[in-house]
Ligand binder design. Structure first.
Ligand SMILES: CC(C)(COP(=O)(O)OP(=O)(O)OC[C@H]1O[C@@H](n2cnc3c(N)ncnc32)[C@H](O)[C@@H]1OP(=O)(O)O)[C@@H](O)C(=O)NCCC(=O)NCCS
Length: 151
């Protein structure tokens, strides 16, 4: 089965919200941040998604979700790798995320646990950080390598 990963469009929003709800992840704010979301499609069906908010040079990875019937086939990995590659082109220095359930999974991509006191203000002021995730969520960070330009 072929997999297509492409930026989200407004017509995708209902399917994206349904996938987030089914994955027990926050839906708030996705509509406003749509240009920063990637979607994965298999046989015309939304199989997965991930979002990257950019705040003052810091990235916030959010809403990583794969349809339950498609999990374990590498779609999550493909989405996270693609969004991290895009983070480099947005001149993001670090990408943060909050997760209740997938801390171990994100270590595969170089994320490490960070104390809340060490989280920069632009990330702490996001709606996701302040409201969407409960205080028990783990906060993780990954540095983004700068791309060499002009060669
Ligand atoms: C986390 C999630 C996005 C992974 O997507 P996926 O497409 O199944 O992931 P991949 O196929 O790329 O990777 C599968 C591997 O990751 C492991 N894995 C999947 N979810 C995991 C988790 N929550 N914790 C630890 N490992 C996990 C699988 O066991 C599998 O291991 P293997 O390679 O040794 O067989 C998906 O399980 C999901 O949508 N979960 C619910 C929503 C969620 O928790 N999102 C993250 C918070 S933002």
């Amino acid at each position: 089965m072929s997999l297509e990963i492409r930026p989200a469009r407004s017509a995708d929003l209902p399917a994206m919200e349904a996938l987030l709800q089914a994955s027990h992840l926050p839906v708030d704010g996705v509509g406003e941040e749509l240009p920063h979301f990637l979607t994965a499609w298999q046989d015309g069906r939304l199989a997965g998604m991930v979002g990257l908010e950019v705040h003052d040079g810091f990235g916030l990875l959010r809403s990583a979700a794969v349809d339950i019937g498609s999990r374990g086939t590498g779609i999550g990995r493909a989405l996270v790798e693609r969004v991290l590659a895009e983070a480099a082109s947005y001149r993001v220095r670090e990408v943060y995320l909050l997760t209740n359930t997938a801390e171990r999974w994100f270590t595969r991509f170089g994320f490490r646990h960070v104390d809340r006191g060490d989280v920069p203000e632009p990330i702490r002021s996001t709606a996701e950080y302040r409201e969407l995730c409960p205080a028990s969520a783990a906060v993780m960070v990954r540095e983004i390598e700068r791309r060499r330009e002009g060669r």
